[in-house]
Design a protein around this ligand. Structure first.
Ligand code: GDP
Length: 304
């Protein structure tokens, strides 16, 4: 992911190497190249506009610092602006003062929620927590089973509506709101300290699905709502993110399938467009293919 963007930006900077001073024409030419590279990588137009305006303003306005030559100065400015659009500081999960910490996952079908649920649960377990997975995706026939498989791989129990398995909290109603609520009740009683609630997606945003996600959010009052977005979906990422932001007011973004070879710029735009930070990156189908997202490291990687 981001390889072509990375190549384009670094070759733009090569043209600045060795220049003693940057004229306004140099800055204009560089900013034009940056704009083209970002647009070609699918970065959303308003994000590109703001990004290039900041770069230009700073490149022309900033005192040249003693330690950096003008070319390096521009690289630093672009780096800072990339960190900004990716959400600035690394943002970690907020743990509830009174456990359990409740994390709800939302996103389109196929975005990678169920896979992420397994990854997150394994990661929490590795940190010494005692997580519980809750299968509130009752839309997709296989979703509950898939979460159970992931739970088994992670060594984490799964609360699921499961006719035939008796539990005082067993929800056999097929009502995802009830399943989510009962899952949290079970976590409270059995002292799980992190609950990860998988929810249903659809192939596209629709009102009924969004209402269901909003109802689950209202019923369980999660500490975090993570919006999972497939970085491969291109320009649609931004519209989808905006719809989910309005529908469930998510608290953070997870970029999934960053191991793919898509251009990735749309995914890079999501934090900027919604004002919500990217918190995790999902980079493969295995439960360990998962990392905390550091905006500064990602910017470095793109400009490396
Ligand atoms: P959900 O419908 O949102 O729950 O999506 P799933 O978790 O079922 O994922 C959909 C498909 O994408 C599955 O085949 C996953 O194995 C795959 N997948 C999920 N995350 C990643 C990832 O980070 N990288 C890659 N390459 N595949 C992924």
């Amino acid at each position: 992911m981001f390889n072509s963007l990375s190549d384009r930006l670094t070759s733009t900077f090569k043209n600045l190497r060795g220049k003693g001073r940057l004229s306004e024409a140099d800055v204009d030419a560089t900013v034009r190249e940056i704009r083209r590279a970002l647009l070609d990588a699918d970065v959303a137009v308003p994000v590109v506009r703001e990004f290039t305006a900041h770069v230009k303003e700073r490149a022309l306005g900033e005192e040249v610092s003693g330690a950096l030559n003008p070319g390096q100065q521009v690289v630093k400015i672009v780096n800072d602006e990339l960190v900004n659009i990716l959400g600035g500081e690394t943002r970690r999960i907020k743990l509830a003062k009174n456990p359990p910490t409740v994390i709800m996952l939302a996103g389109l079908q196929g975005a990678g929620k169920t896979t992420l649920a397994g990854k997150l649960s394994k990661w929490f377990k590795g940190q010494g927590h005692s997580p519980l997975l809750v299968a509130a995706d009752l839309q997709r026939p296989n979703a509950v089973t898939q979460l159970q498989v992931n739970g088994q791989r992670a060594g984490v129990p799964v609360f699921a509506p499961h006719p035939g398995v008796q539990s005082e909290f067993d929800s056999v109603t097929g009502d995802p709101v009830a399943v989510a609520r009962d899952g949290i009740a079970e976590a409270r009683q059995k002292l799980y300290d992190v609950v990860i609630v998988d929810t249903a997606g659809r192939l596209g945003v629709d009102a009924e699905m969004m209402q269901q996600a909003a109802d689950i959010r209202a019923a369980i009052n999660p500490d975090e709502v993570l919006f999972v977005i497939d970085a491969m979906i291109g320009q649609d990422a931004v519209n989808t993110a905006q719809a989910f932001n309005e529908g469930v007011n998510f608290t953070g973004v997870v970029l999934s399938k960053l191991d793919g070879d898509a251009r990735g710029g749309a995914a890079l735009s999501v934090a900027s467009v919604t004002g919500k930070p990217v918190m995790f990156a999902s980079t493969g189908e295995n439960l360990d293919d998962f990392e905390i997202f550091h905006p500064d490291r990602m910017a470095n990687r793109i400009l490396d």
